[in-house]
Design a protein around this ligand. Structure first.
Ligand SMILES: Cc1cc2nc3c(=O)[nH]c(=O)nc-3n(C[C@H](O)[C@H](O)[C@H](O)COP(=O)(O)OP(=O)(O)OC[C@H]3O[C@@H](n4cnc5c(N)ncnc54)[C@H](O)[C@@H]3O)c2cc1C
Length: 405
């Protein structure tokens, strides 16, 4: 078997892998980028990309998507907050977003292989890494980059498996757009659960989903909750009321109609999102001699919200800069400095964010305060935009709350 040799093998052409491949190839590295996802099968994802990411990489706006300037947020008790965002965020279909980034990698000179690959640990650091496609073809390089997502087999072997409780569950449905013209973007904190549900309209459908960091849960109850959320979403569009979670007796006939339609048209999806605990942020490495992990493979997602696209792109960029400066191992210190502290802080905040505050869920209080106070509303908008981090969040909230209404 002839083995084709490269400088770098990147496994996985999601946002992390394609972004790294583009940067590295553009600077002359010989890069092989592999992805085995069947054509037309999207990665399970809400596809929300924060304004922080759009400002950092404005070319992302060239990918076909939708920008969102208004957001409806619901407290666990069903109170609604209408947020007019100063900084819009974008929602993409992951097929469109991933193809856009992959095409850019190809245009920059990366060699793209539509292959699911397997790899063998090498016997010594002097040897090349070798990956093998299902066709039996082989590729080798002195550097192996794992960008193969939350279930990364490479990360398990090189950095160790993550404990089960550090993998959040996210699932949902792709469902039809409501017949009415307006399909609002909605984020609703869950009653009785640590997590939230979303409705992200895209040009041709709505992505509904639930992400939860609940330690123990049963799928059936969460599925029922998501179903209630979806029915509530369409009901509100149809009758113009703002009752998301609670239906009245007289809503029965309408709800049944909505459910029948959803049963035939909604397509279910499910996947995991890494949600690392604070101690894991301290100990788990994202690179070593001849290897690096990017994006979800490294565990780089926000433990409170599950947002991972920004960190996939940013880790790819930081790794490429470290490699191109001739010091690939500097990647470890650089990602920690850049966003590691922030994500570690989010891990510490997770319980409090979904815990109680002044006798009610913190998320209930946050929506209540934001409804009444412009300063808090502004902080919430900045949190959604990705511009307000968890480090300093309390201080900012207190400072804004003390300003006049
Ligand atoms: C339901 C859900 C909703 C989410 N919503 C959002 C959101 O709205 N906003 C947000 O920012 N984040 C969201 N996330 C998180 C986000 O999807 C991830 O953080 C992001 O996709 C990580 O990008 P990545 O490139 O690291 O990995 P991925 O996007 O998972 O890409 C990995 C790629 O590797 C390929 N691959 C895997 N193994 C192999 C192999 N052996 N050979 C070849 N190819 C392989 C896969 O086919 C895949 O294309 C969501 C996640 C879930 C599960």
């Amino acid at each position: 078997m002839v083995t084709e040799r490269f400088d770098i093998l990147i496994v996985g052409a999601g946002p992390a892998g394609s972004f790294a491949a583009e940067r590295l190839a553009r600077d002359g590295a010989r890069v092989a980028l592999f992805d085995g996802r069947p054509p037309g099968e999207p990665k399970a994802c809400g596809g929300g990309v924060t304004s922080k990411a759009l400002k950092q990489w404005p070319h992302l706006l060239e990918a076909v998507g939708r920008t969102v300037e208004e957001l409806e947020m619901y407290s666990p008790g069903g109170k609604m907050l209408f947020l007019k965002l100063e900084e819009p965020f974008a929602i993409y279909s992951r097929i469109a977003f991933d193809s856009y980034l992959r095409d850019r990698a190809g245009e920059a000179g990366a060699h793209i292989f539509t292959e699911r690959v397997s790899f063998q640990p090498r016997k010594s650091e002097k040897e090349d890494w070798v990956v093998r496609g299902q066709s039996g073809a082989e590729w080798s390089a002195p550097l192996l980059v794992a960008a193969d997502g939350a279930g990364s087999r490479i990360a398990k072997l090189l950095a160790g498996a993550l404990p089960k409780e550090e993998m959040e569950v996210a699932f949902g449905y792709r469902a039809p757009l409501p017949k009415e013209e307006s399909a609002p973007t909605v984020v609703a904190f869950l009653p009785g659960w640590a997590g939230y549900a979303w409705a992200f309209p895209r040009p041709d459908h709505i992505s509904f989903g639930i992400a939860t960091s609940q330690d123990a849960f049963d799928h059936q109850s969460l599925d029922e909750l998501l179903w209630r959320f979806m029915v509530g979403y369409y009901r509100m569009r149809a009758d113009g009321t703002a009752r998301l979670w609670k239906a009245r007796k007289k809503d029965k006939a309408l709800d049944e109609l909505i459910e029948t339609e959803l049963r035939t048209k909604a397509e279910r999806y499910a996947a995991r999102i890494p949600g690392l605990a604070a101690k894991t942020w301290d100990t788990r490495r994202a690179c070593g001699e001849g290897w690096a992990l990017l994006g979800d493979a490294a565990g780089f997602a926000d433990p409170v919200t599950g947002e991972g696209i920004y960190y996939a792109l940013r880790s790819a960029e930081i790794f490429a800069e470290a490699y191109l400066s001739g010091k690939p191992l500097d990647y470890e210190a650089r990602w920690r400095e850049d966003f590691g502290r922030e994500l570690r802080r989010a891990a510490e905040m997770r319980r409090r964010f979904y815990g109680n505050f002044w006798g009610a869920p913190f998320t209930e209080r946050m929506i209540e305060f934001a409804r009444a106070h412009r300063g808090i509303r502004k902080v919430l908008g900045e949190l959604v935009a990705g511009d307000q981090g968890y480090v300093g969040l309390k201080r900012t909230l207190a400072r804004r709350a003390l300003r006049p209404l």
